[in-house]
Design a protein around this ligand. Structure first.
Ligand SMILES: Cc1cc2nc3c(=O)[nH]c(=O)nc-3n(C[C@H](O)[C@H](O)[C@H](O)COP(=O)(O)OP(=O)(O)OC[C@H]3O[C@@H](n4cnc5c(N)ncnc54)[C@H](O)[C@@H]3O)c2cc1C
Length: 425
């Protein structure tokens, strides 16, 4: 009988555990190892950061849900992964052996690559709920004495949607507080144009997002490389499309939130054959590591090359639906390997995203993610804000219940032609 270990229980890891549970044979064992006992719904962090949600409203006690699904749970961080020994070493000294390992450890946030960046420096973050809470406290203080705001995403970032979301959410909240007129806002991004999103745009995201920026009096700097951040000042180099230095900006700010670049977590970095130089897990089309064939990986921690060269490095975002497609392919592949068959399922990696702007929003669908696409669609409207709230409620409820994809969700996605699996051979 086999022991399957899921490492990391964020968005990818939790649904991975649920879907893997359904693929086990009698007697197989499933264990989840993760850093924190509670799951937090990361897409709600921009709301936590303006006090529209509390931490408790977006968290789930994993001990209870995993017990309900008969999944063994170890809430202790991994210190090392030893693929040649088929074992994960934990911070408490425990060693956990596996037959199959599924790495779902998300990103490590590379704030240290830019002087003064991040919650230990002078900018806020919304990447983790702890950061979002800190950002919310700083925002409350800011509102007592408003000034310029800088938001955006730095060089090497791959997660642009939440930077736009938080910018427009801040704008909405400032308007509600009637202090927007005292807050000049600037969006600073490594993207070559507004709406690129690391995906070379989806549908008309360039037009829609530029229009929204103009309508909301938000200035922007693209092709931007943040040189350093000092208290109340960000030094930004703006490059030309040819990659030459166009201008150095010294931007004053009273509040700032910048998305950092990501890299793989420390316990994975440097493991020969498992990860690339930035610590992202190498996988083939079936989510399987080419060197260590009993290791699979899903989520932000997988290595995906950029969509094309840009003057300032921009990564490809790994969004929720895309991660869910990686999960489904992985669960089916391991299920088949357990039964002596081959791993042949490929995830579509389709990107489907709802970006909330506080009172409206933008939705986009990219199928496949890399152009030319079969579906390349984006739209905006007030309904997107309501849809995102409904999605949050729905997602948290199914996570608490220990479900990944109820039959009605599958049917709805099928009806919309949005699939998770590319090819079933
Ligand atoms: C602010 C923000 C908003 C987003 N909003 C959206 C959205 O609206 N829609 C969308 O489609 N996508 C969104 N995304 C992108 C993506 O869906 C999320 O980042 C998602 O959480 C990624 O899931 P993951 O499982 O790869 O990583 P995570 O959810 O980050 O999970 C990683 C897990 O690994 C664990 N871990 C880390 N290190 C260790 C260790 N050493 N040992 C054990 N466990 C460890 C962590 O504790 C965590 O449980 C957003 C991203 C961000 C940052």
């Amino acid at each position: 009988m086999a022991h399957i270990v899921v490492l990391g229980a964020g968005l990818g890891g939790v649904i991975m555990a649920y879907e893997m549970r359904d693929q086990l044979r009698k007697g197989d064992k499933l264990t989840v190892i993760t850093k924190e006992e509670k799951y937090h719904f990361v897409p709600s962090n921009p709301w936590v950061a303006v006090n529209w949600r509390t931490r408790e409203e977006v968290e789930i006690d994993l001990t209870r849900t995993f017990a309900k699904r008969k999944i063994n749970f170890i809430p202790v961080a991994a210190k090392g992964v030893h693929p040649t020994e088929n074992c994960v070493e934990l911070e408490n000294g425990q060693r956990v052996d596996y037959d199959f390992l599924i790495i779902c450890t998300g990103p490590e946030l590379a704030f240290d690559e830019i002087e003064g960046l991040g919650p230990n420096g002078y900018t806020q973050s919304i990447c983790h709920v702890d950061h979002a809470q800190k950002a919310s406290a700083a925002f409350k203080k800011f509102c007592e004495n408003p000034g310029p705001i800088i938001t955006g995403a730095v060089q090497g970032a791959s997660c642009f949607g939440p930077a736009y979301e938080y910018t427009f959410i801040l704008d909405t909240e400032l308007r509600r507080k009637r202090i927007r007129d005292r807050v000049p806002m600037t969006f600073v991004t490594s993207e070559p144009y507004i709406g690129h999103l690391g995906l070379n745009g989806v549908g008309n995201t360039k037009g829609i997002l530029e229009g929204e920026m103009r309508d909301h009096h938000i200035k922007w700097i693209t092709n931007a490389r943040v040189k350093k951040v000092e208290p109340g000042k960000m030094v930004v180099e703006e490059l030309t499309d040819e990659g030459e230095l166009r201008k150095v900006h010294e931007l004053p700010f009273a509040y700032s939130m910048m998305l950092p670049a990501f890299r793989g977590i420390e316990p994975l970095r440097g493991v020969e054959g498992l990860v690339n130089p930035r610590g992202f897990v190498l996988i083939d089309k079936t989510q399987r590591n080419p060197t260590f064939r009993n290791i699979f990986s899903v989520g932000v921690c997988v290595a995906i090359p950029p969509i094309g060269p840009t003057p300032v490095p921009c990564g490809v975002p790994k969004t929720g639906f895309m991660i869910e497609s990686m999960v489904t392919a992985t669960a089916l592949n391991i299920g088949e390997l357990l039964r002596g068959k081959g791993a042949q399922h490929e995830a579509t990696w389709n990107a489907v995203c709802l970006a909330d702007f506080g009172d409206s929003g933008v939705v986009f669908v990219a199928q496949p993610q890399i152009p030319p696409r079969n579906v390349n669609w984006s739209a905006s409207g007030r309904w997107v804000h309501r849809a995102k709230i409904a999605f949050e409620t729905y997602f948290l409820r199914k996570m608490r219940r220990g479900e990944s994809e109820p039959f009605y969700e599958k049917a709805a996605l099928q009806a919309l032609g949005i699939g998770k699996l590319k090819r079933v051979t």
